[in-house]
Ligand binder design. Structure first.
Ligand code: SF4
Length: 157
């Protein structure tokens, strides 16, 4: 984690939007998956095959506000990285699912915003790679933060 970018707590708007019914990823969840707050799918992806989605970002937090975005208008437009969601919660959900050895082609960091805004993404990817090396991990990113030297280094993404 870079020292130049401070971690900030999840603000009230972010907390509210994280579980918003407007979040299409929450709408994709079936009844059996309601217990998972940060994981959706698996969904069938043309590019990635059978893809389990991990959403580390409150709806709809992004560095861009693309007119064609399937998630709708950006609610929080920012380039400030943050720990939006308790890392332990996401890891616990992932361990719960991946320990059952589901048939997946990819564990995919995506969802309702730009995943590299999450300061937790590197640690969560590292956990998956270490504990479940049989799975490929993917990050669906708009790339806007990848020019920052501290993102893209091993140990972050
Ligand atoms: S970069 Fe992706 S998530 Fe962000 S507004 Fe554009 S399409 Fe939506």
């Amino acid at each position: 984690m870079s020292e130049e970018i401070a971690e900030r707590p999840l603000n009230a708007v972010s907390q509210k939007m994280l579980l918003s019914p407007k979040n299409p990823n929450h709408q994709k969840r079936g009844k059996n998956q309601m217990k998972y707050r940060h994981i959706f799918g698996p969904v069938s992806s043309h590019r990635l095959g059978r893809s389990l989605g991990i959403d580390l970002i409150p709806y709809k937090t992004c560095s861009y506000n693309c007119v064609y975005c399937e998630c709708g208008e950006t609610t929080i437009q920012t380039i400030e990285r943050s720990t939006f969601i308790p890392e332990d919660e996401v890891m616990e959900e992932l361990r719960c699912i991946l320990s059952t050895s589901p048939q997946l082609d990819s564990v995919t960091f995506a969802g309702s915003g730009e995943p590299t805004l999450s300061l937790s993404i590197g640690n969560v990817i590292a956990m998956v790679k270490e504990e479940f090396p049989q799975y490929i991990t993917s990050v669906l990113t708009n790339g806007s933060l990848l020019t920052r030297s501290h993102i893209g280094q091993a140990g972050d993404i």
